[in-house]
Design a protein around this ligand. Structure first.
Ligand code: HEC
Ligand code: HEC
Length: 492
């Protein structure tokens, strides 16, 4: 008995010692050589690329401790995408709501400064009948149109009035769904979509921040209530707005001449913001490689990593694929054709409000509404011909651009041997997703490849975590900025 009682504390002590060592490793940065880190990152990159549901909570929690080590080993850039994706996915999976942010929907909305999510007083009871007059007096822009893309609840309406309210701190894009029933043009609708772009005109060092909110009106179209504060949820705006505000692609002929002018002004405003961020609610790197490298999309849709003037948020695993397909095979608006011949058809669509008198336009649009999405351009061409606005020769040319040469691809060598944007874009759209998992694996490992590694310390070096603050340290502020601010004051 006696002997046992001496041994027990010893055994307990040893156990405690083992336990403590393990705890301190879990809380700190594990000891690995450079080679071991690289193979660890390779494994993680493959898993992150294979499934967007995957994350390794460990990386998310110890990244902060490991950054100095990774930097000194020359693995700062290499680890960056992997660490950001791990942390962002972990937060999204554990906290995110219907909007798919890295925080709850409530925290997201409450984090938007109130003045950036409050409807202007003039619109606080819905869309007033004299909205055009108000807009004119206040210097707002109005665009009334029919969407080609999104049917809004409760009655699947495509009709919209967009009011754009420019301001010194933010521009507000307030979009009212309106009646889509020609026989009841004043029937109340309920949804209001609201984007405030906190621009950086007075603060060029800050990137523009986009804030999304959504309101629901009562059955008389009045008393809008913020959907989240009303106990409901929002849609996942990011799935169709990967860049923040996005251009409108109205049904051809659905807007008048006066609004055609506003459309141009609104487009100009939308493209004036430079990089748009989501106010810390989402890190684009978390959701896979930018899609469409073989289709040329990544030239522009590159998460602002490229040099193209039109660089913008990437199309990735979170982008609604139905939506991307629509943009390509029905809107024909992507991938921004660089062929003059193909552009002619878009120019024709833009000219419709000018080619037609107002009563012609209304009659034209009444028929256009009934056309199948895929046939709207062709219908417009034929109708403009019937109305005497384009010649027979022009009509055939537009058909050729849309549908291609009848003998394609056997026409090679003959003039106008086009495939036609209809077929061409459909082929491109179906190729867009092929090999996406592989491109994402490559994307996460890209900066770990030998050619891309900056030279670092010796392979076996172990680094003391107190050596913070080096080159790529900035990214850790971004990953952990909100919940675990990095200690300040030790800057050299
Ligand atoms: C299913 C895709 C989809 C979803 C989801 C979506 N939008 Fe949009 N939104 C669009 C499209 C497409 C346009 C451009 C208008 C058009 O051509 O129909 C647009 C336009 C807008 C506009 C007009 C300004 C602009 O950027 O063009 C606002 C405001 C807006 N959306 C707000 C929101 C908000 C807020 C959410 C989330 C609560 C949201 N949207 C979710 C597809 C979507
Ligand atoms: C030359 C630059 C460029 C290329 C190449 C390009 N895009 Fe775009 N894309 C844009 C611009 C600018 C917009 C905003 C205007 C608009 O919505 O039409 C946009 C908008 C979009 C949107 C709506 C979401 C958003 O970012 O606002 C989708 C989806 C899209 N593009 C898909 C594609 C796909 C798929 C490809 C390749 C097949 C492609 N794009 C190629 C410039 C480009």
């Amino acid at each position: 008995m006696k002997r046992l009682s001496i041994k027990l504390p010893l055994v307990l002590g040893a156990c405690l010692l083992i336990l403590m060592t393990q705890v301190s490793i879990a809380a700190g940065c594990p000891s690995k050589s450079k080679t071991e880190w690289l193979s660890f990152f390779k494994e993680e990159a493959d898993k992150l690329g294979a499934s967007t549901n995957y994350y390794n909570k460990e990386i998310a929690s110890y990244a902060k401790k490991c950054i100095p080590t990774w930097n000194i080993l020359g693995l700062g850039q290499c680890s960056k995408r992997i660490a950001i994706a791990s942390e962002a996915r972990y937060k999204t999976k554990t906290k995110g709501g219907s909007m798919g942010w890295e925080m709850s929907d409530k925290d997201y909305v409450n984090g938007i400064p109130k003045k950036l999510r409050t409807l202007p007083q003039e619109l606080s009871d819905g869309l007033p009948e004299n909205y055009r007059e108000i807009a004119k007096n206040k210097g707002w822009k109005v665009f009334k149109y029919r969407s080609r893309t999104v049917p809004n609840p409760p009655r699947s309406s495509y009709n919209r009035v967009l009011l754009v309210v420019p301001g010194p701190e933010d521009d507000k894009y307030i979009q009212f769904t309106i009646s889509d029933d020609l026989s009841k043009p004043n029937r109340p609708e309920r949804l209001i979509d609201f984007i405030s772009v906190e621009h950086n005109k007075n603060n060029p060092n800050k990137k523009a921040q986009v804030h999304f909110t959504q309101f629901w009106r009562n059955s008389s179209g009045k008393k809008p209530v913020d959907k989240i504060h009303g106990g409901d949820g929002y849609d996942s705006c990011y799935s169709c707005h990967p860049n923040g505000v996005r251009e409108l692609s109205p049904e051809p002929g659905s807007y008048n001449k006066e609004d055609a002018k506003s459309l141009l002004e609104i487009k100009k405003m939308m493209s004036s913001y430079g990089e748009q961020e989501f106010n810390g609610a989402l890190h684009r790197e978390a959701w896979g490689a930018p899609k469409g490298s073989e289709q040329g999309c990544v030239k522009c849709h590159n998460n602002y990593q490229g040099k193209h003037l039109q660089s913008r948020g990437a199309i990735n695993s979170r982008t609604s694929s139905m939506h991307v397909k629509h943009k390509m095979t029905q809107d024909f608006s992507m991938p921004v054709s660089s062929l003059n011949s193909e552009r002619e058809i878009f120019e024709l669509m833009d000219k419709i409000p000018y080619l037609l008198t107002e009563s012609e336009r209304l009659a034209f649009h009444k028929k256009m509404r009934k056309e199948d999405q895929n046939d709207k351009f062709q219908f417009a061409v034929d109708e403009l011909f019937k109305l005497g606005k384009i010649s027979e020769k022009e009509k055939s040319r537009y058909h050729l651009i849309l549908k291609g040469h009848p003998d394609y691809p056997n026409c090679l060598g003959q003039p106008d041997c086009f495939m036609g944007i209809d077929k061409k874009y459909t082929q491109m759209a179906s190729a867009l997703d092929s090999n996406y998992a592989q491109s994402s694996k490559d994307y996460y490992f890209e900066n770990c490849k030998e050619d891309n590694l900056v030279s670092g310390a010796d392979d076996e070096l172990q680094v003391d975590s107190s050596q913070r603050r080096s080159g790529v340290r900035g990214f850790i502020d971004r990953i952990f900025g909100v919940d675990n601010p990095t200690p300040q004051g030790s800057e050299q």
